[in-house]
Design a protein around this ligand. Structure first.
Ligand SMILES: *Cc1c(COP(=O)(O)O)cnc(C)c1O
Length: 471
């Protein structure tokens, strides 16, 4: 490149002061802190200077005005990116209801209100208001949990992985835990039953085969070092075909015969029989308690539909021991979790209204006609936004539950299918992800698919506008 070209390019660049005097930058200054805008101008100018010095050609028709325009546009982009939180809302058009990467369960309106209130006000988190004595942060949750599940006692920690760690670390440290080879679950890469057990100090004794484990396999493995029999719910896979799982009832019988506690890591603890809504039945927490399981652990933000939390219910004598374990302090829940979880659990006290109240249950049980209507509404808005630049039609598809829950469930859903005349579905998908608001979508058979099951009605206009922007 000629020396002239870059000399000319550098000469065209405005100064910081000139840029700050521009009317469009003045608009930014009215909204954003001055230091942020000044810094953005500097960053934009430095970026442009670097591009020129690295030999990027300066367009022939570039003049001082168009160069200023360019810097102003860049400045606005930098400011907006900086002002935007790194953690921000995403529109989930994937149809995956419990999407771990997108934050799993959405809170109910009551839970949202409870979090806001408790987060911005002092509370009786660890104070007994009747006596003035020091209280326990678990106290608001225990009575609701025991009354809903039928268990004697309950405790809540940071997440289910922590619940398993605390339970095993308390009841089986340096002793043996018997578990079926068919239940050595890995959940999302970071939670593997064998590894969590190693962390807890318990020794794993694997019994049976991947597809078959008989009651006798457990009996034969029991010796004087055995502390506990563990059942792990195969939340995110199913073993089908030639199989035999020792049932929880059988495990409880063995536990009683050998005076050993039986624990179940239930994963996504459902408090509602979902088969009533045409979904595959998952064992409910109540069923596990009724079967005599001594300790049950499950997540707060899977099928329960609440905040991230690990819930432990079971016999008082075991839960009391966990309450005295110093590890509890390291995995304790904060006040916002307590608030959100109490409000979520209270929704279950009204069986008639719980499905409407909890977004997760609402999405999972949405009727075909409701989904179709939402898809038709979205399609109409998208057609208005894209004109004739893309084909837009409503079709049928399947949603999955996600988050290691109901792996065998394929829920019939309604989708909006978009075929751009110029851009591939993959490119549209990544542009939508990078947009503001960010949108997560699916690609299938060369088309972009928006599954409306996980899109809230109030998000439809913003979703259509986002699509209009990228097409
Ligand atoms: C999801 C799951 C876990 C992990 O729970 P988190 O709340 O994500 O920590 C552990 N065990 C089982 C069986 C699960 O399904």
């Amino acid at each position: 490149m000629s020396k002239k070209s870059w000399e000319r390019g550098l000469r065209l660049l405005p100064s910081v002061d000139e840029t700050l005097r521009d009317d469009r930058v003045a608009e930014l200054l009215a909204v954003y802190p001055r230091s942020m805008v000044v810094e953005a101008v500097r960053v934009s100018l430095a970026g442009e200077r670097r591009r020129i010095l690295e030999g990027e050609p300066v367009e022939e028709d570039m003049d001082e005005n168009s160069c200023l325009d360019l810097i102003v546009l860049k400045t606005a982009e930098v400011v907006r990116n900086q002002a935007c939180s790194n953690l921000r809302p995403v529109i989930n058009a994937t149809g995956v209801v419990l999407h771990t990467n997108l934050g799993r369960a959405l809170l109910s309106e009551n839970a949202r209100r409870a979090v806001c209130e408790i987060a911005s006000s002092y509370s009786n988190l660890e104070l007994e208001l009747t006596t003035g004595r020091r209280g326990s942060r678990y106290a608001p949750l225990e009575p609701v949990l025991t009354s809903l599940t039928g268990a004697e006692a309950a405790l809540v920690v940071n997440n289910n992985a922590a619940a398993v760690l605390l339970a095993l670390g308390t009841l089986a440290k340096e002793r043996e835990v018997v578990v079926s080879r068919g239940q050595l679950v890995e959940i999302g890469g970071s939670f593997r039953v064998p590894e969590v057990m190693a962390q807890s100090g318990a020794r794993l004794v694997e019994v049976g085969a991947t597809n078959k484990t008989y009651p006798d396999d457990y009996r034969k493995a029991i010796n004087e070092h055995t502390a506990l029999l563990l059942h792990v719910h195969t939340s995110n896979y199913r073993i089908i075909g030639f199989t035999r799982e020792t049932t929880i009832k059988e495990l409880v019988e063995i536990g009683r015969a050998f005076s050993l506690p039986v624990m179940s890591d239930l994963g996504s603890g459902s408090l509602l029989d979902l088969s009533r809504y045409g979904l595959p039945g998952e064992p409910t927490v109540q069923e596990m308690v009724a079967a005599g399981t001594d300790i049950i652990t499950f997540s707060g933000d899977k099928l329960l539909g609440g905040p991230q939390a690990g819930i432990i219910v079971g016999r008082r004598r075991y839960i009391d021991k966990m309450k005295k374990n110093p590890l509890l302090r390291a995995v304790r829940v904060d006040k916002m979790t307590v608030a959100a979880l109490e409000a979520t659990l209270r929704e279950y006290l009204d069986e008639e209204r719980v499905v409407e109240g909890l977004p997760v249950l609402q999405m999972l049980t949405a009727s075909a006609s409701r989904l179709e209507e939402k898809a038709e509404n979205l399609a109409r808005l998208v057609r208005d936004a894209v004109g004739n630049k893309a084909g837009v039609e409503v079709g049928k598809g399947f949603s999955v539950v996600g988050g290691g829950s109901l792996p065998a469930a394929e829920l019939p859903t309604a989708v909006v299918k978009i075929d751009s005349r110029t851009t591939s579905a993959g490119d549209l998908q990544s542009a939508l992800m990078r947009g503001e608001p960010a949108v997560m979508s699916r690609v299938q058979g060369g088309s972009l698919l928006l599954d409306v099951r996980t899109v809230r009605g109030s998000e439809l206009p913003a979703l259509a506008a986002a699509i209009g922007k990228v097409i």
